[in-house]
Design a protein around this ligand. Structure first.
Ligand code: CP
Ligand code: NVA
Length: 313
């Protein structure tokens, strides 16, 4: 059996996501009832962070521990990676010693080079281009709150960054639509987003128009990790792309608000929206834990007997 990796959202089929969500529901329920479920005893997860993290680190670390395994966390600056060891050599070495690897890095090509030399599954914990584990959690959260996402409209307001690209890939897999509104100069690049086509998203100059009638409004920081030198310019360019109460009112009455976090209240979103009744950002963050436990179980053990029905996404 070839090793499976999770490097971008389109690596899995809709049917695999439905399986994963069914497992997530079961694993989450066990966790909430304090029932131990430890199928990954004696397994080791190595995490490599070339960028900062709070949620990704805690959710993978706690998740692997809860599944019975152990975790090694490597920060670039403490390892030989920080002194220029080739990523291919790092992959060859650490994947002889551990069972699964999660990497947060810069270009997608870095994680692809690592995966090409890995003996074990590799998971993308965020690259400049993609953040698949985030959208895995986000779609699970949407379905949990509102049912199937098929045919729904997601409004993306802000930068066409790694999180946006992943929403666009997910729209192709789950068959929903994305209304994207970015400032001029920050538009979607379909090739970089890794899309099969352009029929699952529409671009809007006016963010309020993108929000009109949406089932979900979502955004992210104006300046992603690695783009810090552009921060001041971006604050000027994105001023009209703040998700506020007026934008939420343009959406459907029961629309949800999501943000992958960390958030900057008063920049990309007002405090009233992120701390308001339509926001599900804390559920979104929590669900990273549950979906990633299902993901690690799937990558390491394949399909286990599914308790409960497949989710209708
Ligand atoms: N959303 C997310 O990935 O958060 P961290 O950067 O804190 O991991
Ligand atoms: N787009 C953001 C997401 C952080 C979770 C970044 O890459 O910094």
């Amino acid at each position: 059996m070839p090793v499976r990796h999770y490097l971008q959202f389109r690596d899995f089929s809709l049917e695999e996501y439905e399986y994963l969500f069914a497992r997530t529901g079961w694993i989450k329920d066990m966790f909430k009832r304090y029932v131990a479920y430890q199928p990954l005893r004696d397994r080791t997860l190595a995490m490599v962070f070339e960028k900062h993290s709070t949620r990704t680190r805690v959710s993978f670390e706690a998740g692997m521990h809860q599944l019975g395994g152990t975790v090694i966390t490597l920060m670039t600056r403490d390892t030989q990676l920080g002194r220029g060891e080739p990523i291919e050599d790092v992959a060859r070495v650490i994947t002889r010693m551990v069972d699964i690897v999660m990497i947060r890095t810069f270009e997608q090509s870095i994680i692809e080079r690592f995966a090409a030399h890995s003996r074990v599954p590799v998971v993308n914990g965020l690259t400049n281009e993609y953040h698949p584990c985030q959208i895995l959690g986000d779609i699970y959260t949407y379905v949990e709150h509102r049912g199937s996402i098929r045919g729904r409209t997601v409004a993306w307001i802000g930068d066409s960054n790694n999180v946006c690209n992943t929403w666009l890939q997910a729209a192709e897999t789950f068959d929903f639509n994305v209304h994207v509104s970015t400032p001029p100069g920050y538009e979607v690049e379909p090739e970089r987003a890794g899309l099969y086509g352009t029929d699952h998203y529409e671009e809007f100059e006016d963010p309020a128009e993108a929000a009109a009638g949406a089932d979900l409004i979502t955004t992210d920081v104006w300046t992603s990790m690695g783009d810090e030198s552009e921060g001041a310019q971006r604050r000027r360019d994105f001023e009209a792309w703040r998700v506020d109460e007026r934008m939420m009112r343009a959406a459907r009455k029961d629309a949800l608000f999501m943000h992958c976090l960390p958030a900057h209240r008063g920049e990309e979103v007002t405090a009233g929206v992120i701390d308001g009744p339509q926001s599900v950002v804390w559920d979104e963050a929590e669900n990273r834990l549950h979906v990633q436990k299902a993901l690690m179980e799937y990558l390491l053990l394949g399909r286990v007997k599914t308790q409960g029905e497949l989710w209708s996404t």
